[in-house]
Design a protein around this ligand. Structure first.
Ligand SMILES: Cc1ncc(COP(=O)(O)O)c(C=O)c1O
Length: 386
């Protein structure tokens, strides 16, 4: 039976993610468009983004927080290029983005002392193998497999290496153990539904110490430079961005942060995302045709749960056929206007990925799930008949 109830907002993309409930372009009417980001008013807005981000994310006072170019990718790259090479490095990967960072370090930075700890989609790398003597690069939430780090207990408080954590789909939805993390990156386009192309980076005092004491042997483009002549460029962390940000995006980031505050800050955002995951888990329990890709429930992402199609008939089909059928099934939802962008990443096993972060309303998710059952039945029947 075709469901009758439709999500009020059909946006379930894992990035750019759904705008906060109630958002309209009117929220940007006070944006400082046409003004310099270096004017007193412009700078004050950049600083406000930093201050509100710090407050909502509960970032310790001695960490530097800055707005950087090129979204989360820019933030991760500037950390890798600026900090790595001083020590051996452990690279953790279990999905597309973590594999991207491995590729960067192995094939582009070409560091000598690398250990690559990998796991396939659905599992997580062996966290217990990480050495406190070495730097480590990892994603907190693997957006393309829906597998997240369960906690930070595996990170030593007495470590000598730096922990570089890509938290773009974790920030504002999961609790990050700040004292365990030396570099944390995220982008506005993710959990608060902000606009793309701007990233943020938080640095622990130990990360700053590395920046001020280590000069990498390779050239650093201006976009990556956080230190000059052995000193941190403090202005970046006071809102003096490396290059020109969009004042429209700044206004939107402020709007999203104020919304996060209005739902109870980090506690409220985490609770909304976890409740959404619980709703998906209840549905998966009674939908025999789907299963979480994440094998261990402790690693199930509360922002980007990925679901494999578990029907034995489907599972026995060749990869290309599964890919085509799953995309066709999800195209039915798009055509009905009830669910957009629900396909797993092209590098992941074919299936469904539902963004369940804080900006997703529970009622919209409740309305979506029966449509998934409907689309699967339609697609399966059509494929078997055809
Ligand atoms: C874990 C992770 N890292 C990096 C990225 C790239 O983010 P951006 O496009 O904001 O640079 C994404 C995007 O989905 C991601 O999920």
């Amino acid at each position: 039976m075709q469901p009758t109830r439709r999500p009020a907002n059909p946006c379930f993309s894992s990035g750019p993610c759904a705008k906060r409930p109630g958002w309209s372009a009117a929220a940007l009417s006070a944006a400082l468009v046409g003004r310099s980001h270096r004017s007193a008013a412009g700078l004050a807005q950049c600083r406000e983004v930093i201050d509100r981000s710090r407050a909502v994310l509960q970032i310790p006072a001695d960490y530097r927080v800055g707005i950087v170019p090129a979204s989360d990718t820019g933030a991760v790259e500037m950390a890798l290029w600026s900090l790595l090479g001083a020590r051996g490095v452990d690279l953790l990967s279990w999905e597309n983005f973590s594999e991207t960072w491995v590729d960067d370090v192995v094939n582009h930075l070409r560091l000598g002392d690398i250990r690559h700890l990998a796991a396939p989609y659905g599992r997580i790398a062996d966290l217990s193998a990480v050495s406190p003597e070495r730097d480590v690069v990892f994603v907190w939430n693997g957006t393309t497999s829906g597998v997240r780090v369960p906690n930070g207990d595996w990170i030593s408080d007495a470590r000598r290496g730096l922990t570089i954590c890509d938290a773009t789909s974790a920030a504002f939805a999961m609790r990050l153990p700040w004292p365990k993390l030396d570099v944390v990156t995220w982008s506005w386009q993710k959990a608060l539904g902000g606009e793309a192309a701007h990233g943020m980076i938080a640095l622990s005092p130990r990360a700053v110490e590395r920046l001020e004491s280590y000069i990498p042997p390779w050239p650093l483009p201006k976009l990556f430079r956080m230190a000059a002549q052995g000193k941190l460029i403090e202005g970046i962390f006071r809102g003096e961005t490396i290059n020109t940000p969009s004042m429209l995006c700044i206004e939107d980031a402020l709007d999203s942060l104020k919304w996060a505050e209005s739902v109870g800050g980090l506690d409220g955002c985490v609770a909304r995302a976890e409740a959404n995951l619980a709703l998906v888990a209840d549905w998966v329990e009674q939908a025999p045709w789907v299963a979480f890709l994440a094998e261990d429930p402790a690693t199930r992402s509360c922002t980007s749960p990925c679901l494999a199609i578990a029907d034995p008939w489907f599972a026995a089909l060749p990869h290309e056929t599964r890919f085509t059928l799953s995309r066709r099934m999800l195209a039915r939802l798009e055509a009905e206007g009830v669910g957009y962008d629900l396909a797993t990443h092209r590098a992941s096993p074919p299936g469904i990925r539902i963004w369940t972060g804080a900006t997703i309303e529970r009622a919209d998710l409740e309305a979506l799930l029966p449509w998934l059952d409907w689309a699967w039945q339609q697609e399966r029947d059509a494929a078997k008949a055809g």
